[in-house]
Design a protein around this ligand. Structure first.
Ligand SMILES: Cc1ncc(COP(=O)(O)O)c(C=O)c1O
Length: 443
């Protein structure tokens, strides 16, 4: 039989209207076994959008393509929530993880570690814009933010945190306390959330900068704030790029108040927005990395200035922050390989160039019906209230393009394809989106 060569950069091929029968069967079984919250959300979305929201079930991926359980091929504009910077396997990260797993799946964390963990930590340290930084590993983005919040409390002795409306930092308790995106995520758990957080508005344009900074200053005036926690670009909040002065201003007022500037680059970092770090040239006190760090494998890092991280050593010799799987050899190998591949293939620059062209093509194709935001290959398409993003996402799925919805008001599509995606696939998506929007515009 002739073997079909898959490039991983192929246009969609929809052989069964998604979700096909196999996806439906597997999803129904899944709904019986996993948290009822997931199915309940689908049902609520179906009621809201008037569209079936039954999911497809992934079978495998390759490059920028995903194949579902019914044999449909999609172009993946989400890349595992932005994690698959190098695309779906095989790539440098997946191969390095496979080889590392053949040698050692788990070491002994902070007791007995491995050379691969050492090399990954050195490479992660070198991503920090100042020499001598210290690294603490985790598995998820929420782990990195939790570690950063603990660092701020240890280093400053001040429990207060300033976070921003619309921001998302993960859902374990520390990050959840600081979640400004969809307060409904936080509300049921408020009795468990001890971190005192003040929310300031995130400036969506130059016009909002003064009000945002004023709110931060007012909160700092209490003297009890140890951390300003900020995304350089709001991710789940809809890929909102703040005005250029925002981070430098936060840097200087944090310094004046003796608070740490904690920059959450879990989505923006590792080349996604066109440079290794979106916060550059601002130097954070603590940097959170995750998502793309492992090229799809679960690893995250809290990286801090040397002087700030000294607080952990000053704690009297107890290891008060660790986890069974932190620093797993396959994940460390994947992180090291991802960092090397990003550099060797100059992928941050590619993300900038390809993303700049794509965003302007998207804006031109959608016209006034949409506002295209973002940087590099982190892209938000804000839709007017007359067009339901869930319905648009559904039609795009039927056409073979996988996208997510986002935005603080749920009014946007969020797009984070692999940094390796071919522009021809992005152009095909642009045409499909423009046509979908045109069909759904009233009048
Ligand atoms: C900016 C940001 N921080 C933190 C997180 C949480 O990461 P995780 O889901 O891996 O815990 C996310 C996830 O979307 C994120 O976008």
């Amino acid at each position: 039989m002739e073997r079909v060569v898959e490039s991983g950069q192929d246009l969609p091929s929809i052989v069964v209207a998604p979700p096909g029968p196999r996806s439906r069967e597997l999803a129904a079984r899944m709904a019986e076994v996993e948290s009822p919250a997931f199915d309940a959300r689908r049902q609520a979305r179906a009621a809201r959008s008037g569209e079936d929201q039954a999911p497809i079930v992934y079978a495998r991926g390759r490059g920028a393509n995903v194949f579902d359980a019914d044999g449909n091929r999609y172009v993946d504009l989400t890349a595992g929530f932005g994690a698959l910077l190098l695309g779906h396997a095989p790539n440098e990260a997946s191969e390095a993880a496979r080889v590392a797993a053949g040698d050692l799946v788990i070491a002994l964390g902070d007791v007995y570690s491995t050379e691969i963990k050492l090399r990954a930590c050195e490479a992660i340290r070198d991503l920090f814009p100042e020499p001598g930084a210290r690294v603490m590993l985790g598995l998820s983005g929420a782990d990195a933010v939790t570690c950063a919040l603990k660092t701020a409390l240890l280093a400053t002795g001040k429990p207060g945190v300033i976070a921003f409306e619309g921001s998302y930092h993960g859902l374990s308790y520390g990050p959840l306390a600081a979640l400004g995106f969809a307060p409904a995520f936080r509300e049921p758990f408020v009795p468990h959330l001890g971190v005192p957080v003040t929310f300031a508005p995130y400036p969506e344009s130059a016009a909002g900068l003064d009000a945002s900074i004023e709110a931060v200053r007012a909160a700092l005036a209490s003297g009890s704030v140890g951390a300003i926690l900020v995304e350089p670009i709001l991710g789940r909040g809809g890929c909102v790029v703040p005005p250029a002065g925002f981070l430098p201003e936060l840097r200087s007022i944090a310094d004046a108040a003796g608070a740490l500037l904690v920059v959450d680059e879990i989505w923006t970092g590792m080349g996604r927005t066109g440079s290794m770090l979106a916060s550059s040239p601002v130097v954070p006190d603590v940097l959170c990395l995750g998502k793309g760090l492992g090229g799809g494998l679960p690893i995250s890092a809290c990286v801090g200035r040397r002087a700030v991280m000294e607080a952990w050593g000053g704690h009297g010799g107890t290891r008060i922050h660790t986890g069974t799987h932190f620093g797993s050899p396959p994940a460390c190998a994947a992180a090291l390989a991802t960092i090397e591949a990003l550099r060797a293939r100059d992928l941050p620059a590619r993300a900038r160039e390809v993303g700049d062209v794509w965003r302007s093509e998207l804006q031109a194709a959608c016209g006034e019906a949409a506002v295209v935001r973002g940087a590099g290959l982190m892209v938000g398409v804000a839709l007017p209230s007359s067009i339901d993003p869930l319905a648009v996402a559904r039609e795009l799925l039927a056409r073979g393009f996988i996208v997510l919805t986002g935005g603080a008001r749920g009014d946007a599509l969020t797009l984070s394809p692999p940094l390796t995606i071919e522009p021809s696939l992005l152009r095909a998506f642009t045409d499909a989106l423009a046509e979908t929007i045109r069909k759904r515009r009233p009048g």
